[in-house]
Design a protein around this ligand. Structure first.
Ligand code: 5AD
Ligand code: FES
Length: 370
C-alpha cells in the first residue's frame, strides 16, 4: 500500500496504534514526506492576539462570553503595528492576527491595519478572527490579507453543534466558510482539537479525510485542554459517547494526527502548536516538528496581555518575551538539523539552506572572509 492511498481503515488502525516502534515508523515516514515536499525550513509565524473579547459561547474556550471572571482587552492600532515591526526585525515572514469573535474589530479597522502592514513591511498577513461575514472577508482580502485560519474543530457535525451553541442561524458552516475563503483567494487553514469530550476515533479519521477533501493550505492540530471556566472543562457538559470510542487528549494522539495529516496532505503547512508545547513543555514542539510539522508560531503579544488571552490554562511561553521565544525557537530548530525559513513560507514555497545563506559573491561574505 502506498502511503497516499491511505483509506479510513488504515487511518483508524494508526490512530489506535500504541506500539512505540510502530509509531516511530509512522513519525519517520511523515518526516520523510515533510522533507521531500516542504523541505527543512521551519517557518516562524509571529502571533499577535489582538483582542480577547468574544461574543460566542464555545463550550471549551476560556474566552467564551460567559466567562465573566476574565478581564478583556483589545490592543490599539499602534500596539499592533509595533508588533508587526518587531516581527520583521526578528526575521519572521508572517504575522498572524488572532482574536475572539469581536464585533468591535470592524471591517475598516482591520482593513486599515492590514493595508499598513502590507505597505510598510514585507510580511505575509494571516487573519484568525472567527466566523466573519463574506463582505468582511472579501474586504480584508482586498486590503492584502494573504491567509485565514479557521479550525473546524471536529468533522462530527453533532459534536460541533453541541460545543458551539449560539451559532448564527442559517450561517454557513465552517467547512463551507473554508471553501469560500479559498474562493476569495486566501490560503485557508483549518484544523482540529484532539481529545474533545465526545470525540470518537472514527470522527478523527474523518477529520483527516476532510483536510484532504478541502485541500487545506494550513492544518493546525493541538490537544484539547480542559479549562475550568467552561462547561466542557468542568464536566457540566458531557457529550455522550460509547466506551472505548473516546479519543484521549494526550501528546501521542497529537503526534499521530500531525503525522497522518502530513502523509495525506503532503505540501500543507502544519504548525507544531503552542497547545502541544503546553502539554509537554520539555520537548513537545520539537517532537511535533519531527512528526511532520514545519511551522512554529512564536507569540508577539505584549506580555501585559498574554495571561488575558486564556483560551486554555497554563499556556506555554506565557511570560517569555518575544525576543526570548525567538532565540529559544531558533535554537530548537537548529538542534533538529533544520533551519529557519526567511521568506513568507506560503504553500509550495520550498526554501533550501542554500537559498537562505548569503550569496558567496556578496560583499558581506567577502568582508567576513577577509
Ligand atoms: N484547548 C485546546 N485548544 C483550544 N482552542 C480553544 N480552546 C481550547 C482548549 N480549551 C483552540 C481552538 C481554536 C484555537 C484558536 O484554539 O482549536 O480554533
Ligand atoms: Fe517561548 Fe521557548 S519558545 S521560551
Amino acid at each position: 500500500m502506498t502511503v497516499t492511498a491511505m483509506m479510513k481503515p488504515d487511518l483508524l488502525k494508526w490512530l489506535a496504534e500504541r506500539d512505540p516502534s510502530r509509531l516511530q515508523e509512522l513519525y519517520e515516514r511523515a518526516d520523510g514526506v515533510r522533507r521531500e515536499h516542504v523541505g527543512d525550513a521551519v517557518h516562524l509565524r509571529g502571533l499577535i492576539e489582538i483582542s480577547s473579547h468574544c461574543v460566542r459561547q464555545c463550550m471549551y474556550c476560556g474566552l467564551r462570553q460567559g466567562n465573566r471572571a476574565l478581564p478583556r482587552y483589545r490592543m490599539t492600532r499602534d500596539e499592533i503595528l509595533d508588533c508587526a515591526r518587531h516581527a520583521e526585525r526578528l526575521g519572521y515572514g508572517t504575522v498572524v492576527m488572532q482574536a475572539g469573535e469581536d464585533n468591535a474589530l470592524t471591517a475598516k479597522w482591520i482593513g486599515d491595519i492590514v493595508r499598513w502592514i502590507k505597505r510598510e513591511t514585507s510580511l505575509a498577513v494571516t487573519l484568525s478572527l472567527g466566523e466573519r461575514s463574506q463582505s468582511d472577508l472579501k474586504s480584508w482580502r482586498a486590503a492584502g490579507a494573504d491567509r485565514y485560519l479557521l479550525r473546524f474543530e471536529t468533522s462530527d457535525q453533532d459534536l460541533f453543534r453541541t460545543i458551539h451553541p449560539n451559532r448564527v442561524p442559517d450561517g454557513p458552516d465552517r467547512l463551507t466558510l473554508l471553501r469560500q475563503l479559498k474562493g476569495l483567494g486566501y490560503e485557508a487553514g483549518g484544523g482540529v482539537m484532539v481529545g474533545i469530550p465526545g470525540q470518537s476515533f472514527d470522527s478523527l479519521a474523518q477529520d483527516i479525510l476532510t483536510f484532504r477533501e478541502l485541500d487545506l493550505d494550513m492544518i493546525g492540530i493541538g490537544p484539547y485542554i480542559a479549562h475550568a471556566a467552561t462547561p466542557l472543562g468542568t464536566g457540566a457538559l458531557r457529550p455522550a459517547i460509547s466506551a472505548g470510542e473516546q479519543v484521549p487528549s494526550n501528546e501521542e494522539m497529537v503526534y499521530k494526527m500531525i503525522a497522518l495529516a502530513r502523509i495525506i496532505c503532503q505540501d500543507a503547512n502544519i504548525p507544531s502548536t503552542t497547545a502541544l508545547a503546553t502539554i509537554n513543555k520539555v520537548d513537545g514542539r520539537k517532537r511535533g516538528l519531527r512528526a511532520g510539522a514545519n511551522v512554529v508560531m512564536p507569540n508577539l503579544t505584549p506580555v501585559k496581555y498574554r495571561r488575558l488571552y486564556e483560551i486554555y490554562p497554563e499556556k506555554a511561553c506565557i511570560d517569555e518575551s518575544a525576543n526570548d521565544c525567538n532565540q529559544c525557537l531558533r535554537g530548537q530548530i537548529l538542534s533538529l538539523g533544520r533551519f529557519a525559513g526567511e521568506g513568507q513560507g506560503g504553500r509550495g514555497a520550498k526554501e533550501t539552506l542554500a537559498s537562505v545563506l548569503p550569496d558567496p559573491s556578496s560583499r558581506f561574505v567577502q568582508l567576513q572572509a577577509s
